[in-house]
Design a protein around this ligand. Structure first.
Ligand code: S3P
Length: 158
């Protein structure tokens, strides 16, 4: 059964997954391949609800394998996904405070995140507050990532 990394946008899920296992699967990249377009383009075309449905199907599909999965930050919004996550061997929550995450997101020039682009800081913080207990409820291990190097985080997980 699969191991899964969860956490808010900017918590470093893909970076840590890559260091833990070079053969990890990035859910967002996997969905983009499947859709033939970026998540930002899909959000603009079909909306968030349609994206969440695809996210649910893909999580189910990937959990049936045994690879390490780096999820998108919104995966815990669906009750079906939260139930699915309880089937994984290990669910690791990369935990950080909102200000740290917001700073990282503001500095990220590479990833296009529709929710970050659309929401004010206040709205994003409300989303963070809503999601935090959901991440905690799904996690079998919580790792605080603030003030740590990626290597230190990986050591803590291993
Ligand atoms: C989302 C997070 C993104 C991506 C999509 C929605 C969210 O993934 O799945 O833009 O709802 O938090 P990252 O957490 O990898 O940025």
């Amino acid at each position: 059964m699969a191991r899964v990394l969860i956490g808010f946008m900017g918590s470093g899920k893909s970076t840590i997954a890559g260091l833990l296992d070079a053969d990890y699967v990035d859910m967002d990249a996997y969905i983009e391949d499947k859709l033939g377009m970026t998540i930002a383009a899909y959000f603009a075309k079909e909306g968030e609800a349609a994206f969440r449905q695809i996210e649910e199907q893909v999580l189910q599909e990937l959990l049936a394998g045994n690879r390490l999965i780096s999820t998108g930050g919104g995966v815990v919004m669906s009750a079906a996904n939260r139930a699915l996550l309880t089937q994984a061997d290990q669910v690791i929550y990369l935990d950080a405070d909102f200000e740290t995450l917001y700073r990282r997101l503001s500095q990220d020039q590479v990833n296009q995140r529709p929710l970050f682009a659309q929401k004010s800081k206040k709205e994003l913080e409300a989303l963070f507050d809503l999601r935090q207990p959901l991440y905690q409820a799904c996690a079998s291990q919580t790792v605080s990532v603030v003030g740590k190097t990626p290597q230190e985080i990986v050591e803590e997980i291993r």
